[in-house]
Design a protein around this ligand. Structure first.
Ligand code: NCD
Ligand code: ZN
Length: 346
């Protein structure tokens, strides 16, 4: 039996939501990860230190007893974010980054930034205060093909952003293309990337295999196989610029299986196990630990975790659904198997 002991990992991009769904999804994340960067795209979004403080308290209140899970909070950038909010965030010990959603790009992004030029002073202050910028890196222009939105974001926005704010730490989140992986690889060490398990495991055919597959719909959308292969190469390379960010994003079944289904895949129930599958298959299981447990804290300037998690190559079956009150969430691989299992979680 193949066994792997690794430093306990962190999740550098997760949607914990709020209210009753949070109670049901949080244990999955808290069971696997010591820390997680918590996305602020609630309704209304978490745009101020005060809102983040209250959201953090609700999370801490929902964490399973005995868990040492620590949420790392983020603030949602809008056209109206002030330089003072950046300073206030810096003065807390619980806000770790600001998140840029282009307005209209994804779930709950309507109050996002309409033009990066509107937040120039804020970005300059973040650079000065050394607070990382997390990017949903897609253009939202309806005339641009959905499969090209990430690449065009790089050309139109990311290049000038890096040039204008050379000291700003940027996480180009949930990258999905070879173009993005190569770009990050060749950029300065101020630029890093998270990669999701689902983008390492699926390509765009999986959206349409035998019929439309709403539970494989997420943003940025799944791309061609050649891109998935490039992401696997980047993630499993050991390169310090790439680290784990699940982008686990639960939605109720009825909102996914609808005439206009929501974007987001729930993977928190099997997160590290799915990454282990990818790394094992790529013959690079030895590089799972830097990707999942070292590169993220190193980039954020935080200590690495001190405790361990043991995984074993052992097949288990994912439940068909889990209940949130009267509602259901369909997890990734529902009714199917995962090849790795957590066996010890001290
Ligand atoms: C996320 C969500 O549901 O909040 N959806 C997704 O497809 N990833 C938003 C996001 O991160 O884009
Ligand atoms: Zn996300």
């Amino acid at each position: 039996m193949k066994r792997l002991v690794l430093t306990r990992p962190d999740d550098w991009h997760v949607h914990l939501r709020d209210g009753k769904i949070m109670w049901d999804v949080l244990p999955d994340t808290a069971h696997r990860f010591v820390r997680a960067i918590v996305m602020p795209n609630l309704t209304p979004p978490i745009t101020s230190v005060e809102l983040a403080r209250m959201y953090r308290e609700r999370i801490l209140f929902s964490i399973p007893r005995l868990s040492r899970f620590t949420p790392l909070m983020t603030l949602y950038l809008t056209d109206n974010t002030s330089v003072n909010e950046v300073r206030r965030a810096k003065n807390t010990d619980f806000i770790y980054a600001f998140k840029y959603y282009p307005a209209g790009s994804t779930t709950n992004s309507d109050s996002g930034v309409t033009d990066l030029r509107h937040i120039g002073n804020v970005l300059a202050e973040m650079e000065k205060q050394e607070i990382p910028l997390l990017l949903h890196g897609e253009v939202v222009d309806r005339n641009i093909d959905i499969y090209d939105r990430e690449a065009i974001f790089i050309d139109r926005h990311l290049c000038s952003l890096i040039k204008d704010y050379p000291g700003l730490k940027i996480v180009f989140e949930h990258i999905t293309t070879k173009y993005a992986a190569d770009f990050v690889w060749e950029s300065s060490d101020k630029i890093a990337s998270t990669i999701t398990a689902h983008h390492l495991l699926l390509n765009r055919n999986d959206l349409f295999s035998g019929g439309i597959r709403p539970h494989h719909y997420c943003l940025p959308i799944l791309k061609r196989e050649e891109h998935r292969v490039a992401l696997v190469k980047a993630a499993t390379s050991g390169n310090r610029k790439f680290f784990l960010g699940t982008d686990s994003a639960p939605h109720y079944q009825q909102n996914k299986e609808s005439a206009c289904g929501c974007a987001g895949i729930y993977t928190a129930h099997a997160a590290i196990e799915l990454y282990a599958e990818v790394f094992d298959k790529a013959g690079a299981i030895h590089n799972l630990e830097p990707f999942a447990s070292f590169n993220g804290p190193d980039f954020y300037g935080l200590p690495r975790n001190q405790d361990y998690l043991t995984l074993e190559k052992q097949i288990w079956t994912v439940p068909e659904f889990f209940s949130v009150g009267e509602e259901r969430v369909i997890p990734f691989r529902a009714g199917e198997t995962v090849a790795w299992k957590i066996v010890d979680n001290e």
